[in-house]
Ligand binder design. Structure first.
Ligand SMILES: *[C@@H]1O[C@H](CO)[C@@H](O)[C@H](O)[C@H]1NC(C)=O
Ligand SMILES: [Ca+2]
Ligand SMILES: [Ca+2]
Length: 616
């Protein structure tokens, strides 16, 4: 009885807190009466990925921190971003830059304190900005108390005994040295072995990534409970959503079967370690049970905290074919993520870039998204070279146009809105373990180049830090105008383009649906049309035409191309609302002979009266 009353009190207490703290979201984020739930905050916003070490340093130690982020939140209002996702900020020895976590419910002192975090969330919510955290469920740091305890012995009285994936040497192995009898041949996505021998327990432990990141054992019900409690901890601190890391590696084959060799694998002379792609990871990765675990997080924890207007959102990270990734949407009866992150554009490199290549990637995604589900787009993140490097700087603006104007939620990796470029990092300066572990060819592996500090202004270290030396070098081009302050003043900058795109996306119903039709698609051109729902047909439609080829100019007849795809437009005349170089805005164009310059993207309102009345 006492217990029941206790829970009742606790329940009403948390309800009171939620009423008091529920925030008022600014009018601009709520648009009435749309189909497809454009009202839902995670659909109408842009999600902006902050790499906390590199965003803003408040105390001059050369490393970004939470107070730094808080001091820059107004920036997001200015550029039209309504949600920020922070890469890990938890307590960590930083072997893998925060993805090796030694306490899931504490902030690393490098970044600040839990109070600093609360302040960040409060201030963000006051401004109408949502905060999404990285949730790293698959493994801990080897410094985590759970692992330290688990290592001590295999005594059944040790509560942490089975928290990690401990295995005996492979049965039947004849070597006299047990360390040679690894339980399986599974290879890390970081390349190299996944089993490390522990002298105390006389057992191996499994680690998908580095040996300092032991995998949690999700067959142990206590681990499942612990991780639900971690989610609950952050939900209570008013986190609006989670980006769930490396989801396909949560659970492995129960029978410890070896992965078969990959018949298409071609060994490279460069590699000094066992290469991940040399096997097909059918037993080590993507165990079907992991979906059940993700669903339980939503059903059993996040939904409790999802009373409007505080819906708690989830996106998942896995690299796979779209047909497989869409399973992360779950079903209507048992939903999983709101969307799986879409990495279609990640593996596309300059030599293969073309209108047709983009079409194939976009269409494959759109084709696989289940009816009524919401797409999303990513062009860069902390694990891949910046888009300007992958596609060529002349297409960096086009990448923003694609990401923001295709149907669904865009994700922007910090600095993409400025056209930030990757940096060159010497081996001595290298921070990323993936680079450090490969001295032969660190440049091929290191993820440092895309993690350089944010470029705010023309001051020392681009305004990122007052330190003599920042944790990674700042790109020199901040002195040549690639920084927020300079780009704010320049109406033709990438930032001005970005703001115009964010604004048209928010203001025009044509961009609020989950659908589109294609226009011209050739090696040179990728184009599509966005149209409002029928009940808003008085609103303008937009042609988005992008030159992704190599010719200096391409001219196309979009009226007939659309017609061939079953789309009739009212007028062959259009008005350029946004041009990617920001030098043709307002130009009247003939859609039967529309000209695009190299790398140029045009957002053309169909008909004479399409132009936004307000200035972009
Ligand atoms: C994490 O840190 C908090 C705050 O310092 C502490 O109360 C908690 O016990 C720690 N958790 C673990 C598992 O060590
Ligand atoms: Ca700092
Ligand atoms: Ca695992």
């Amino acid at each position: 009885m006492a217990t029941a009353l206790h829970w009742l009190l606790l329940g009403s207490l948390s309800l009171m807190v939620s009423l008091e703290r529920s925030v008022f979201w600014r009018g601009a984020f709520l648009i009435e009466g749309r189909e497809f739930g454009w009202r839902e905050w995670w659909k109408n916003t842009i999600i902006y990925q902050i790499y906390p070490r590199s965003f803003m340093d408040s105390d001059g130690d050369g490393i970004g921190d939470l107070k730094g982020i808080t001091s820059r939140l107004e920036y997001f209002l200015d550029i039209g971003v309504g949600a920020i996702w922070l890469s890990p900020i938890y307590r960590s020895p930083f072997v893998d830059f925060g993805y090796d976590i030694s306490n899931f419910t504490d902030i690393d002192p490098i970044f600040g304190t839990l109070d600093d975090f609360d302040e960040l969330v409060d201030h963000a919510h006051d401004l109408g900005i949502r905060v999404i955290l990285d949730f790293v469920p698959g493994y801990t740091s080897d410094q985590h108390p759970w692992f330290v305890e688990s290592m001590k012995n295999r005594d059944y009285r040790n509560p942490y005994r089975d928290y990690f994936v401990w295995k005996d040497p492979k049965p039947g192995c004849v070597s006299s040295d047990p360390r040679e009898c690894i339980p399986t041949n599974w290879i890390s996505p970081f390349d190299g072995p996944t089993w490390t021998w522990d002298e105390t327990r006389q057992q191996f432990y499994y680690h998908t990534f580095t040996k300092e990141q032991p995998d949690l054992n999700y067959l142990d019900p206590s681990v499942r409970e612990e991780m639900k409690n971690v989610i609950e901890f952050w939900m209570k601190r008013w986190v609006d959503g989670l980006r769930v890391d490396a989801i396909a590696f949560i659970i492995e084959d129960h029978y410890m079967r070896d992965d078969p060799p990959n018949p298409n694998f071609q060994p490279s002379e460069l590699a000094t370690r066992v290469v991940h792609h040399s096997t097909l990871n059918i037993y080590s990765h993507n165990h079907p049970d992991h979906h059940e675990i993700v669903k339980s997080w939503r059903r059993e924890v996040m939904e409790k905290y999802s009373a409007e207007p505080n819906y708690r959102f989830m996106m998942t990270e896995a690299y796979n074919k779209p047909a497989i990734l869409v399973d992360y949407y779950g079903t209507d009866d048992d939903p999983e993520a709101d969307f799986p992150l879409n990495f279609q554009f990640m593996d596309l490199h300059a030599k293969d870039l073309s209108g047709t290549a983009i079409f194939n990637l976009v269409d494959e995604w759109m084709h696989n998204v289940p009816d009524g589900k919401w797409p999303n787009w990513v062009v860069g993140n902390h694990d891949n070279y910046r888009i300007g490097y992958r596609w060529g700087m002349e297409y960096a603006r086009a990448a923003n146009v694609l990401c923001l104007l295709l149907p669904g939620t865009p994700t922007t990796y910090y600095g993409e809105e400025l056209g930030m470029d990757h940096i060159k990092v010497t081996f001595e300066e290298t921070q990323d373990p993936w680079g450090k572990n490969n001295p032969c060819c660190w440049e091929k592996y290191s993820r440092d180049p895309e993690r350089s500090p944010m470029q705010w202004n023309m001051e020392k270290n681009a305004g990122f830090s007052t330190a003599e030396k920042t944790w990674l070098p700042v790109h020199d081009n901040y002195k040549m105008g690639v920084n927020v302050e300079s780009e704010q003043k320049d109406p033709t900058s990438v930032l001005s383009l970005y703001k115009a795109l964010a604004r048209i996306r928010m203001q025009r119903p044509a961009f609020h649906t989950n659908a589109m039709d294609y226009g011209i698609v050739t090696d040179d051109i990728f184009s599509f049309i966005r149209r409002p729902n029928p009940d808003e047909s008085e609103q303008p439609s937009y042609l988005v035409a992008i030159h992704l080829g190599k010719k200096s100019i391409v001219i196309g007849d979009y009226v007939n191309a659309l017609l061939a795809n079953g789309v009739t437009i009212d007028s062959s005349e259009g008005v350029v609302e946004i041009s990617s170089r920001m030098d043709r805005n307002g130009e009247t164009v003939n859609l039967e002979a529309l000209e695009l310059r190299l790398g140029e993207a045009l957002v053309v309102g169909i008909g004479k009266d399409s132009l936004l009345k307000t200035e972009l």
